[in-house]
Design a protein around this ligand. Structure first.
Ligand code: FAD
Length: 419
């Protein structure tokens, strides 16, 4: 195994493996070069069901190829098929991999490998860990998050989807919404209400649910950026065995917070690379190509976007260093997430200024109208994984020590709360 390799040896071996297994990107040295190759700055996919399914197929095939050498899970223990190496090795591999032609990203892939697999590692029984963790890390199966409901988003703990015990089984009835990638997932991490008589946070339990069970209906939702990434998921008398309960009964809130914590933890990213949406270099190239970089307002918008991206990068590096030193994920994840979504908004504002009418009228000019997919998609991430306002509440209360929000239902049982 490669565990004893130095960083330099690892980089050489990884480069050799990539040379054999992937094609070098022609534009890698000049990311953002105007007019070269395909242009994509989309935040969400605007694809048909078949196109999105095929894209996921390509991503998972490439991922499984990497898994043959442990490159899919570099920081994970060997027990789960990883290499047991530090984040530094993982960062090096990502940087090298970015120089090669690999399939585009997809959020269901990230949810499966980055959110659900580590949640099961933390809360699963040994049997569940053995059954799910390696499988999800390799993306042999995909998994979605079944948390939000029509009446429970920011206030997730008020959710109503019921799981009632029936001997060794649980019977699920209710509805979830905004479930990204549910139509492509074989599994779902479900948070359901198992006890309506206790306070809302305490009556929840987490489960792993096979998405093809009788009684589960998945209905895609069309979004303004063109695609159908999200779904409504309906449960009618769906039966699952107790062996699919994740964590102890009543501990679903902890499980949910852990998954959301992974979603908000941006410490692994340097701020800007391998992210959905446009990059600063593409933004700059667009402004240069349109001859707008002499204008004070445009220069100001570009500088603001650049400074923001750099600050975000430093904050994320600091969080990554803290994590590497053994500190648990904390409220700084909210800061990272907020900076990320604010950066996307700054990019939308800057590119709208640069493009003007070309953003909304397709003139056929390369690299212009396509920015609409960034501008229309970016607001979604200001809501997903906890809205900007909710992140500010967390930072206010847990970082700045400001007084908490009034919580009128704090001591009420869930069934007595207003919903
Ligand atoms: C791109 C995307 C992907 C998603 N994927 C999934 C998924 O895979 N699985 C899943 O379960 N869910 C998913 N969601 C749902 C997401 O978690 C919720 O949309 C989010 O938690 C907000 O809930 P809500 O939509 O019910 O809005 P609400 O909670 O009703 O919020 C409405 C508005 O009120 C504000 N607000 C609410 N509470 C407060 C407060 N206490 N203080 C200040 N302002 C407040 C919010 O910021 C927001 O502006 C996704 C959403 C998006 C946009």
């Amino acid at each position: 195994m490669m565990i004893t390799q130095t960083v330099e040896e690892f980089a050489i071996a990884a480069r050799e493996w990539l040379d054999v297994n992937a094609k070098q990107r022609h534009d890698s040295a000049a990311e953002g070069a105007w007019g070269a190759g395909p242009f994509s700055v989309s935040v969400f996919h605007a694809l048909t069901y078949e196109q999105e399914r095929d894209l996921l197929g390509e991503i998972t095939a490439w991922h499984r190829q990497k898994a043959e050498h442990g490159y899919h899970a570099i920081t994970w223990p060997t027990q789960f098929g990883g290499l047991g190496l530090t984040k530094e090795y993982a960062r090096i591999f990502s940087k090298l991999e970015a120089e090669y032609e690999t399939p585009n990203r997809h959020e269901t892939f990230s949810v499966t490998t980055g959110l659900i697999a580590p949640t099961i590692e933390r809360f699963g029984t040994p049997e569940q860990q053995e059954r799910f963790v390696s499988m999800f890390l390799r993306t042999d199966a995909l998994c979605c998050q079944l948390f939000s409901e029509p009446g429970a988003g920011s206030d997730l703990a008020s959710l109503s989807c019921r799981a009632s015990r029936d001997g060794d089984e649980w019977v699920i009835n209710g509805q979830k919404v905004w479930s990204s990638g549910a139509q492509f997932s074989q599994w779902g991490e479900l948070i359901a209400r198992t006890d309506p008589d206790v306070a809302k946070h305490r009556g929840l339990t987490a489960f792993m649910v096979p998405m093809d069970l009788p009684g589960i209906e998945i209905r895609p939702i069309k979004q303004m950026s063109g695609g159908t990434s999200f779904n409504e998921v309906f449960f009618t008398e769906v039966r699952i065995p107790d062996s699919l309960r994740l964590g102890t009964e009543g501990d679903g809130w902890n499980v949910a917070l852990t998954t959301l914590g992974f979603e908000r933890d941006h410490s692994g990213s340097g701020g800007g690379s391998a992210r959905p949406g446009g990059t600063f270099s593409k933004l700059l190239a667009t402004a240069q190509a349109l001859g707008r970089t002499d204008e004070p307002c445009v220069r100001d918008a570009l500088v603001q976007a650049f400074i923001h991206m750099r600050v975000e990068g430093f904050v994320n590096r600091r969080a990554a260093d803290l994590r590497a030193a053994g500190a648990p994920a904390g409220p700084e994840g909210s800061l990272g997430k907020l900076l990320w979504t604010e950066g996307m908004t700054k990019m939308s504002d800057a590119v709208s200024l640069v493009l003007g009418a070309k953003l909304v009228a397709d003139t056929g000019e390369w690299g212009t109208y396509g920015w609409g997919e960034h501008v229309l998609g970016a607001p979604g991430y200001r809501i997903a994984g906890g809205s900007d306002e909710v992140q500010r509440n967390i930072i206010g209360e847990r970082v700045l020590g400001l007084p908490g929000e009034p919580r009128v239902d704090k001591n009420l049982s869930w069934k007595d709360t207003l919903r």
